[in-house]
Design a protein around this ligand. Structure first.
Ligand code: AR6
Length: 175
């Protein structure tokens, strides 16, 4: 963990040059709005093609799980698609499911021997997870996973699209 760099970046995750960017997808893996729409639009049809093959093999992707595809035309090498929980007030295992998104994405990146990964603020858009709570879960989940599972990963970037998330992550990573 000591040698893993955690950082925060403000901007568009489709522009980030890392081994894998994470997509905040839905269980169908067939695309949608928000960051999912942006990734498919910028990455091109190769990503959707591979998502369809995965669906044909395993059905949809359950909440908290993750799958990996090509990144198509993006500067990243891979896209790891994970499905965040819909916020329902906090008593429906949202915290555990959101942490699972980070764990499973990091696990898949490690299995592929990747060194750098960028996460969007999963579930904090359409899925309505309160941003402050989601940021705490994200940072804690990444730190605890990396501490418990030494791997190829050397760099984790939290990519924030809006000012509020950027402030939240900047503060959490300063601590
Ligand atoms: N780069 C980085 N972050 C972004 C970008 C971008 N280009 N665009 C939006 N965000 P959301 P969710 C931020 O709604 O809440 C989709 O339709 C955004 O500001 O994309 O997990 C899927 O198909 C927010 O902070 O994902 C699902 O159906 C964060 O990304 C559903 O939305 C997540 O917002 C998933 O909802």
């Amino acid at each position: 963990m000591k040698q893993v760099k955690l950082s925060v970046l403000k901007g568009d995750i489709t522009k980030v040059e890392v081994d894998a960017i994470v997509n905040a997808a839905n269980s169908s893996l067939l695309g949608g709005g928000g960051v999912d729409g942006a990734i498919h639009k910028a990455g091109g049809p190769a990503i959707l093609e591979e998502c369809k093959q995965i669906i044909a093999r395993q059905g949809g992707c359950p909440t908290g799980e993750a799958v990996i595809t090509t990144a198509g035309n993006l500067p990243a090498k891979y896209v790891i698609h994970t499905v965040g929980p819909v916020w329902q007030g906090g008593s429906k295992q949202e915290e555990e499911l959101l942490a699972n998104c980070y764990y499973n994405s990091l696990r898949i990146a490690g299995e592929k021997n990747l060194q750098s990964i960028a996460f969007p603020n999963i579930s904090t858009g359409v899925y309505g997870y309160p941003k402050d709570k989601a940021a705490e879960v994200a940072v804690a989940a990444v730190k605890s996973y990396l501490q418990q599972h030494p791997s190829s990963i050397k760099e984790v970037v939290f990519v924030c699209f809006d000012d509020e998330n950027y402030e939240l992550y900047s503060r959490l990573l300063d601590e």
